[in-house]
Design a protein around this ligand. Structure first.
Ligand SMILES: NC(=O)C1=CN([C@@H]2O[C@H](COP(=O)(O)OP(=O)(O)OC[C@H]3O[C@@H](n4cnc5c(N)ncnc54)[C@H](OP(=O)(O)O)[C@@H]3O)[C@@H](O)[C@H]2O)[C@@H](O)CC1
Ligand SMILES: Nc1ncnc2c1ncn2[C@@H]1O[C@H](COP(=O)(O)OP(=O)(O)O)[C@@H](O)[C@H]1O
Length: 465
């Protein structure tokens, strides 16, 4: 699991760690790690370092001494000569760095304007540097966090640096994992400065290939039978969106439940069973429900029916318009940004501008786990670190992919995972399966469903690493 922490928690941990170390040791570790991560810059090239007033600038100045040692040339632009990290500047200049008035002509750039001490938005000279970057597009590395982003909120309230790569220290920051800020960071690498023992529980987590154990308690064993593995009820699809029923069932069949019951019109049920003969049509006892994919006008009555059973429920698509005031059963709501905007009576742009804030608010508002779909899908639940999904690619933005996800998540819920694990593991494996189905190329939602069972197996075996 990758984890991110808030600025307040990082500062407290850095203080505790620094108290155990000689003066300046933390910055030396950061600078060494940063320089190692800049190995891509060939000797003889010129890198322009944009240096701000704090320790973030200090890190870059000490890293510059290592770059100069291996033959990279370094130009320094100072935001303010009177507040720059003086020892760092002296060290960089002694090693051969040149002061320049403004960036110009360099093909490589290091953003060390602000780190975790930043207020969001760049103005003045820093904003002028950003327009140069935007125009000239040198290959840009960021030190710790892209300058100008909202580090904890992961939003982009004003002018900010956008980069190819970010080198961060100690732990991830919210802005490096969650969108839209994560989109400005490029590829992120983490330098270990010894902070881990001093960090509290994270603000954000991301499942990775080593988290297959999350499925352990929902796996079948030799004593299992179809009922003990969990039965999933699905109320999905309609005359207008018959395909959603098939896709939701296909997603569910790739999960861990032992059986699926489908509830819908006689004609639709017949079509579902024709395609998936393992599915049982009609109501019966279930351990979880999925309601809403393609349900259209039937969504309200289907959700009421599912809630009567008092079991965990996945609420998707049209059923999201009919959620109760507060959920009394474990609930996983799976909106995309447009659907969450309608639920919260705001706009899609507002949700996309602050997914973390809106997903968290919705989780609190409805007493539910909220899985907000997008490039970086979030799974928010009050009182627990929000999970962000890092797997998948833009090819997954294809019709019906959400229906597959809802069915798959429901199947994990029926098999015994809680809504947060069910939603976040489902999003992770859905992304993995989409890439495995056709790396770097087009896919349809059915391809994702067909690739899921082997993604599940590889995750459980630890073979995705
Ligand atoms: N702590 C440690 O032990 C370690 C820390 N490390 C490194 O230190 C970094 C944090 O350093 P830092 O605390 O000095 O903050 P940093 O972001 O460099 O600058 C803050 C200054 O910028 C100013 N300012 C901010 N926003 C602004 C704006 N929009 N426009 C204009 N001005 C603005 C702000 O002004 P103020 O808000 O006070 O008015 C203040 O003067 C961290 O990211 C990592 O790189 C590593 O070495 C590992 C060990
Ligand atoms: N740019 C993207 N990168 C990665 N995943 C994406 C991207 N855009 C959409 N997705 C994923 O694709 C799926 C789309 O679901 P949804 O919007 O509900 O589509 P549908 O209603 O057609 O099923 C979600 O899992 C979402 O996270």
């Amino acid at each position: 699991m990758l984890s991110a922490h808030t600025v307040g928690d990082i500062r407290a941990a850095e203080e505790a760690l620094a108290a155990t170390l000689p003066d300046g040791e933390l910055m030396r570790r950061a600078a060494r790690g940063l320089a190692d991560s800049l190995g891509l810059i060939p000797a003889g090239e010129v890198v322009v370092c944009l240096i701000g007033p704090g320790n973030n600038g200090g890190d870059a100045l000490y890293a510059a001494t290592h770059l100069l040692d291996r033959g990279v040339r370094v130009d320094l632009c100072l935001l303010d000569e009177s507040t720059v990290h003086a020892e760092g500047l002296a060290a960089a200049q002694a090693a051969g760095a040149q002061l320049v008035k403004a960036p110009g002509g360099q093909h490589w750039c290091l953003d060390a304007i602000f780190g975790i001490g930043a207020r969001p938005g760049l103005t003045g000279k820093a904003a002028e540097w950003e327009s140069w970057l935007d125009h000239e597009r040198p290959y840009t590395f960021v030190v710790d966090v892209p300058s100008g982003v909202d580090v904890d909120g992961a939003t982009l309230p004003g002018v900010h640096i956008g980069a190819e790569a970010t080198v961060t220290f100690g732990t991830y920051k919210n802005a490096l994992l969650a969108d839209p800020a994560a989109g400005a960071a490029g590829t992120v690498s983490l330098v270990d400065i010894g902070l881990a023992p001093h960090l509290p529980s994270p603000s954000i987590e991301a499942i990775d290939a080593f988290d297959g154990h999350l499925l352990d308690r929902a796996l079948p064993d030799e004593r299992s039978h179809k009922y003990s593995r969990g039965v999933l009820g699905i109320a999905a699809g309609s005359e207008q969106y018959a395909g959603a029923a098939h896709l939701c069932v296909a997603g569910a069949q790739a999960g861990l439940a032992g059986m699926i019951r489908f509830v819908g019109s006689a004609a639709l049920s017949q079509r579902v069973v024709d395609r998936a003969p393992e599915v049982v049509a009609g109501r019966g006892r279930v351990q979880a429900w999925v309601v809403g994919p393609g349900s259209g006008d039937d969504a309200e009555s289907q959700l009421a029916m599912a809630l009567e059973d008092g079991v965990p429920v996945v609420v998707d698509a049209s059923a999201l318009q009919h959620v109760p005031d507060r959920f009394e059963v474990p609930a996983l709501l799976t909106p995309h940004a447009g659907e969450l905007a309608a639920m919260l009576d705001t706009t899609r742009e507002q949700v996309e501008g602050d997914p973390l804030g809106h997903a968290t608010a919705a989780a609190q508002r409805w007493n539910a786990t909220v899985l907000l779909k997008g490039r970086r899908t979030l799974v928010a639940q009050t009182g627990a670190p929000t999970r962000v999904n890092l797997s998948g690619s833009a090819w997954l933005g294809t019709a019906g992919a959400g229906d597959v996800l809802a069915g798959f998540a429901g199947s994990l819920l029926a098999a015994g995972l809680d809504p947060r694990d069910a939603g976040s593991v489902a999003a992770y494996l859905h992304g993995v399966a989409s890439v495995q189905a056709n790396p770097d190329g087009p896919i349809v939602a059915t391809d994702v469903a067909y690739a899921l069972p082997s993604a599940v197996a590889a995750f459980v075996r630890g073979d995705l690493a």
